[in-house]
Design a protein around this ligand. Structure first.
Ligand code: OGA
Ligand code: MN
Length: 293
């Protein structure tokens, strides 16, 4: 079975049909999908029917799934059994929509800042696979920005300035920037800051890319305010509308994105409506090796 790939944006993002992600996939099809991810960075697969186990098995074709940081939460606070699953929903284990001031809701509100998944971990996130079980009647889109195209469009002077810079990334920083700081001691101990290059070579395409996120707090070796301003400027530039693709969710959508060369953020939706999205993210072990080298 061959894939049909339909571009969704002039620069990146495509819809793929001809894949049933719940069934075992032949190696040539996995190779074709990997090629499409390397080229388009964001793939939309519609009309899927997936259990958590099937979603994890599908993700595993592209790399080892990371254990989600939600495992640090008390078991009775978690709705989903599998430790690989990030619960991106607004639903509690009793199957009710979170109260407005629920810590899990406030934590997930951080997903509305431009970011890339697990840049604050070592190894960082590779691919994310987000699947929609239920979506609100309006809003709740996910926006993606193309960091390879944004890098290409930077002017030469700034490319020279940022070529060898490194930034410190921490989940505590992105959450603190929204005024949320309810982390336990065990979470703080398990999630120390990580240093990442600001410019990297995207391994799948050989193209240079920015690597940015709301998790990045400062530039190593620079005064904090100066580094923070640079990071804000770069994110502002990279998320200009021409670099952004907006995904409008339907139940049954599976969206795959490459965290190594994109930013994303969620958009608001009516807080009383159910939005049940679940994510598996693979670990980018190659990035860890690159850093050590
Ligand atoms: C995520 C994320 C955004 C959204 O799942 O990593 O950032 O729209 N989601 O829910
Ligand atoms: Mn995310």
């Amino acid at each position: 079975m061959a894939l049909t790939i339909t571009p969704l944006h002039p620069l990146f993002a495509a819809e793929v049909s001809g894949v049933d992600a719940s069934a075992p996939l032949a190696a040539p099809l996995v190779a074709e999908l990997t090629e499409a991810i390397d080229r388009y960075a964001v793939l939309v697969l519609r009309g899927q029917t997936l259990t958590d186990e099937q979603q994890i098995a599908f993700a595993n074709l592209f790399g080892p799934p990371e254990i989600n940081i939600g495992v640090h939460r008390a078991a009775n606070q978690r709705r989903l059994a599998r430790p690989e699953m990030a619960d991106v929903s607004n639903i509690n284990p009793q199957n009710e929509v979170h109260r407005r001031d629920d810590a899990r809701r406030m934590f997930n509100l951080g997903n509305m800042l431009w970011h890339t998944d697990s840049s604050f971990r070592d190894p960082p996130g590779g691919l994310s696979l987000l699947y929609a079980h239920a979506v609100p009647s309006r809003g709740g889109e996910t926006e993606f920005a193309d960091l390879r195209a944004a890098y290409d469009a930077l002017d030469g002077d700034i490319k020279v300035v940022i070529a060898d810079l490194r930034a410190e990334h921490s989940i505590m920083h992105s959450r603190a920037s929204l005024g949320f700081s309810e982390f336990s001691e065990s979470e703080k101990a398990a999630l120390p800051p990580v240093v990442q290059r600001v410019v990297r070579v995207h391994p799948g395409s050989g193209r240079k890319t920015l690597y940015l996120a709301s998790h990045a707090s400062h530039i190593i070796g620079w005064p904090v305010p100066e580094g923070r301003l640079l990071l804000r400027d770069l994110i502002e530039f990279a998320t200009r509308r021409e670099f952004v693709f907006v995904h409008r969710w339907q139940a049954g959508d599976l969206v795959i994105w490459d965290n190594r060369c994109t930013l994303h953020r969620g958009r608001p939706f009516p807080a009383e409506e159910r939005r049940d999205l679940r994510r598996v993210t693979t670990s980018d072990h190659a990035a860890m090796a690159e850093k050590a080298a």
